[in-house]
Design a protein around this ligand. Sequence first.
Ligand code: SF4
Length: 500
Amino acid sequence: MRRRLPAAFSTPPLLDHEVRPRNRRRCSALLINPFYPKDPVASFGKHVLTPSLALTSIAGATPSHWEVRYWDENLLQGPPPWNPFPEVVGITVHLTFAERAYELARWYRRWGAKVILGGLHVQSCPDEAAEHADAIAIGEGTQLWPRILADVERGRLQPIYRGSYRQPYADDPRPRRNLLPRESFLTTTSVIATRGCHNRCGFCYLATDSLHMPYQMRHPEQVAAEMLDDDQPYAVFIDNNLGSRPEYLRQLCLALRPIEKIWSAAVTIDVTDDPSLVREMALAGCTGVFVGFESLNEPSLAATRKRTPPPDDYARRVRILHDHGIQVNGSFVLGFDHDRPDVFERTVRWVEEQRLECATFHILTPYPGTPLFRQLESEGRLLHRDWNRYDTAHVVFQPRHMSPEALQAGYAECYRRLFSHRSIWRRRPSDPSAVLPYLAMSYLYKRSNWLWSLLIRTRLTARAWRPLVEITRRRHVHFRKRLGAAAPARRAASVVTSGV
Ligand code: SF4
C-alpha cells in the first residue's frame, strides 16, 4: 500500500503575519483545537470520528454575555479566524501539538488577545506552557473558565489558575455541541459518563505525577438525556474506561436502553468477567468496544502494573463480546522491554485469528511526568525531547531488545498488514449478514486515505459515513430484539445503585 501524506495532513495552515486585525470585539472568546500531523500509516478517518469534548465543555461554561466560537484546525478549513478579533483565545495543549499551540498563542498575543492555555500538556509541563500564555489553567477547565473570563473583564487576569478534579462534575454545564460543524464528524455526540480509571498503568497519562483524578460518575439519566439531546444515531463514549465500575455500567445500560441509540466505548477486557453485563451493553445499544489489550505478553503487562486477565484468556473473552454482536477494536502497545522482534508478527496474527474488526497500534511513548518517563530518563534511554514526535507513532526511546529503526518498521508493518485486503477479509464477522457493512466500513476507514483530505475539506465526512452508521443501527435493532427474546432481561432490582 502506498503511504502518501498530503500536505494538509502534515503541515499546519499558514498564519498570516501581514494582517493587522482591527475589528476587536470585547467579551468574545475563541476556542482552538490546534493542528497535529497525521500518521501516514494509520487511518486519516480516525481524526474526524468525534470532536474534542474539552472545548465544547469550556464553551458550555462560558457566561451568556460572552460570545464564543470554536475552531478545530484539523478540519482542514485553514487557520483560526481573526475577524472579529477575539478578546480571549483559549487553546487546548497536548504533547504532540504543543509547538503549534505556542505558535498560535504568539500570533494572537501579538495583536492583543489574552491567550489562556489548558490541557494535559499544561498539567505536566506548566512552566513551559506559561512562557507562551497570559494565563495557564491547570486542572478541570470548566470550573476555571468563568473565573478567568471574569478576571479578564476586571483587568485582573492571574498568570496561573488551578482547578481540582475532585469536585463533582455532574453539575457541570452541558457541552455546547451546537457550535460544532456537524457535517465534519462521524458523530458530534462524544459523551463522557465517568472520569478516571481503576488502573494506573505506568505508561498512561493518567499516571502523570501531578494529575489527581479520583474516579467519578455522572448520573446515568443525565448521560442518556445528553445523548438524546444531540439527535444523532451514534454516540462515542470518550471515558478512559467505561467498565471501571461494572455496577455503574450496568445501571448506565439500563438508562440507555430506551433511547435506542447505538454507541461505542473504551473498556478493559475484564468487562467480560460477567457475560450478563456484556448482554446488558448489547441491549443498551453497544455495537463496538475499544479494548486496551496493550500486549499479549504477560511480563509486559506485569511491568505496566495493569490489572488484567491473563492474555491466554483474551480469545475467550473476545468471543463473549462477538457473541453479543459487539465489534472489537483492540489496542496494542509495541516496544515494551519484554518485546522482541517477533512481537509484530505475533500480535497481528492474533488479531487475525480472533477476527478483531479493527486494531490500533501504538509505539510505547513515555509521557512527561509518568513512571515510564522517569524510568527511561534515569536509564539514559530517551532519544530526544522533541514533543512533536511523542505521538505513539514515532520511536522516542531506545528499546531493550531491538533497534529504534526495527521498532519503527515493525509498527508500520503491523498497520500495512492490518489494512491489507487479505487481513480485512480474514477478520470478517462470522455472521454473513454483517460482512457487507463490515467490508464497507473497513474500506472507508482503512483503505481510503487518498479520499479523506477531500471528504474532510469539503465537509462530507458525515455524509460518507451516515449510510454505514444507519445500516449498523438497523442491524443492531434486529439483533437486540433477538437477544432480548432469547432470555429474560435482568431485573433492574438486581442492579447495585450505590456510589452513583
Ligand atoms: S487501563 Fe487504560 S485508561 Fe486505565 S490506566 Fe491503564 S491505560 Fe490508562
